[in-house]
Write a protein that binds this ligand. Structure first.
Ligand SMILES: Cc1cc2nc3c(=O)[nH]c(=O)nc-3n(C[C@H](O)[C@H](O)[C@H](O)COP(=O)(O)O)c2cc1C
Ligand code: SF4
Ligand code: SF4
Length: 252
């Protein structure tokens, strides 16, 4: 019996939601690897089916997500790759994800770009994935099941450049409101870059920080947020430029 393996790096939880939606169409026992918490070597079996989701960060998959996923190897294990983005641009992220999975001995059978609420600019893609996205994800799952049944690999060309766009660190600040922080240290534990000092959750080392949003999302007090002139200036222009709805794309 195949095991359904859910793998995702999902600082603000929408990539997790997309992976779980797709996986809900498959029968069988499951295992979940949340790469914000799981950072170890792992080998999967030939019969397993991996559903792997990564958000798009400045046209790439996140560097930490990539490093953690790189420790996972298949045995010609079937995989479905999803690059989940905030209605702006996917650039090279899906190609990067598919290529990495193939290098790690996964048999990629299908891939998708899905659209979710933008985790930095919260006026973009509000409420997504919505019911229309979910319907399309479910239709895609049925096509994936047919491909698994007939043992077919991915044949579609994935858009993107083989020389991936360079990593980019965004100039936005992340601040913490000392007056409402309850010093639970959840942000310290979740931060994949160790950018929040163990003894001082009010600070953020912006040189280490990837702006991934995990600390903002996990904070029970809503104490952490994007801030600063660069962010406030960029927000309205970015939200206007990316207001037109984009649709998920599927590759079989
Ligand atoms: C650092 C960073 C960079 C991002 N870059 C892009 C991008 O290049 N294109 C895009 O459409 N969305 C971009 N986004 C938005 C995310 O891809 C999108 O909100 C995604 O749903 C986040 O996934 P998560 O909820 O699993 O964290 C970026 C978000 C972050 C935090
Ligand atoms: S401090 Fe930066 S890298 Fe760490 S969780 Fe927060 S946004 Fe992500
Ligand atoms: S998660 Fe929020 S409340 Fe908890 S230590 Fe961090 S900033 Fe403070």
């Amino acid at each position: 019996m195949s095991k359904i393996i859910k793998i995702f790096f999902s600082p603000s939880q929408t990539t997790r939601k997309v992976v779980e939606q797709l996986a809900s169409n498959f029968d069988g026992d499951g295992e979940t690897y949340d790469l914000l918490n799981f950072n170890s070597e792992k080998e999967f079996e030939r019969e397993d089916i991996a559903i792997v989701g990564m958000p798009v960060f400045a046209g790439r998959i996140p560097k930490s997500g990539r490093e953690r996923l790189s420790k996972m190897k298949g045995e010609n294990t079937k995989a479905i790759a999803i690059a989940n983005y905030g209605n702006a641009h996917v650039t090279d992220a899906l190609l990067e994800l598919v290529t990495l999975l193939k290098e790690n001995n996964f048999d990629v059978i299908a891939a998708a770009t899905t659209v979710s609420h933008h985790s930095i600019f919260d006026g973009v893609a509000v409420g997504r994935p919505d019911s229309s996205d979910i319907e399309k994800i479910n239709e895609f799952a049925l096509k994936c099941l047919e491909k698994i049944e007939s043992n077919e690999s991915l044949t579609s060309q994935i858009p993107g450049n083989e020389e991936y766009t360079p990593y980019k660190q965004l100039p936005f600040e992340i601040s913490c409101d000392e007056g409402i922080c309850s010093f639970c240290y959840d942000c310290v534990s979740i931060c994949p870059e160790k950018a929040i000092p163990d003894d001082d959750p009010i600070s953020t080392n912006l040189n280490l920080c990837s702006r991934c949003t995990a600390c903002i999302n996990i904070c029970p007090e809503d104490a952490r947020s994007f801030s600063g002139d660069a962010f406030e200036t960029k927000k309205p222009a970015f939200e206007k430029a990316n207001s037109e709805r984009k649709e998920p794309e599927f590759y079989l």
